[in-house]
Design a protein around this ligand. Structure first.
Ligand code: IPE
Ligand code: IPE
Ligand code: MG
Length: 254
């Protein structure tokens, strides 16, 4: 992967709801597992393209807290694919400077998956190009409740006064502590919802919904999403005048 191109990144943090694996497979008369397998290939290509685009943070919704309710065989398949992904991509992540981290409620994951994730996080800890965050057993509401509990414990212990709790304290208590908020959220598969993903962090993200199943998404579709992002004007509650034209988003996707 060449990092020689001299251009500034389009955005810092891209978040993606990777949806439509099952329908992709069903459309072809294949079992859902085939869609998930193909979906892993898309992940690899998209990570590559993000490194190429010098995006610093990529957060992927891989398994939601609600996905535990799927048939056990599908849950097992997804966990095996995750283990395979970690093993097969280890060297590539090291070579490309990708640092892996995970968010979510990991108490529900098997010991095997938990230790593979911990190992991958540790081994890739020095990656400098891209922070790849996998949201696993993750739900935005669950994350907010867990953060509120952490803060409540501090308040109960007399470490913080209730009126002193700030948005910054809250951010620090979330799983995403230390990550900037996403600039752009992409959801594939044509569904127009966020399905409990990053509820706090997406407050001012730009949204891009694309009618393509995740296994058919790739670098071309990603660049189209980035192009769309470049046309947006983010105002963060201010007037257009305050967020002056010239300070709009960059407009070249290479
Ligand atoms: C996304 O694809 C992968 C996960 C949610 C784990 P789906 O499995 O949700 O595919 P569809 O939405 O049923 O087509
Ligand atoms: C969201 O997709 C979760 C992931 C992509 C991991 P779902 O397929 O679970 O969402 P819904 O059920 O269509 O809202
Ligand atoms: Mg789905």
């Amino acid at each position: 992967m060449s990092k020689s191109a001299d251009f500034s990144p389009i955005l810092d943090h891209l978040a993606i709801i990777m949806d439509g694996n099952g329908r992709w497979a069903e459309q072809r008369g294949l079992p859902r597992v085939a869609g998930h397998q193909q979906g892993v290939r898309t992940v690899i290509d998209v990570v590559d393209e993000c490194v190429r685009q010098k995006i610093s943070y990529l957060t992927l919704f891989a398994f939601s807290s609600e996905n535990w309710g799927r048939p056990q065989s599908e849950v097992d398949t997804l966990m095996s694919l995750l283990l395979e992904f970690l093993a097969s991509q280890r060297q590539r992540m090291l070579d490309d400077g990708v640092r892996l981290r995970v968010i979510g409620d990991h108490s529900r994951l098997s010991k095997e998956v938990r230790s593979a994730l911990q190992r991958a996080e540790l081994e890739t800890a020095n990656g400098k190009h891209l922070v790849l965050t996998l949201a696993l057993s993750y739900g935005g509401r669950d994350e907010i409740v867990r953060a509120a509990r952490k803060i409540a414990q501090k308040v109960a212990a007399g470490e913080v006064a209730p009126e002193a709790v700030s948005a910054a304290d809250f951010e620090m208590a979330l799983d995403t502590a230390g990550l900037p908020d996403p600039d752009l959220l992409i959801r594939t598969s044509g569904e127009l919802r966020i399905s409990n993903f990053l509820l706090w962090q997406l407050a001012y993200a730009e949204f891009y919904f694309v009618d393509v199943y995740w296994p058919d998404f790739g670098p071309v579709e990603l660049r189209q999403a980035l192009e769309s992002y470049c046309q947006r004007r983010r105002r963060f509650g201010l007037t257009a005048e305050q967020t002056a034209e010239g300070e709009g988003l960059s407009n070249n996707v290479s």
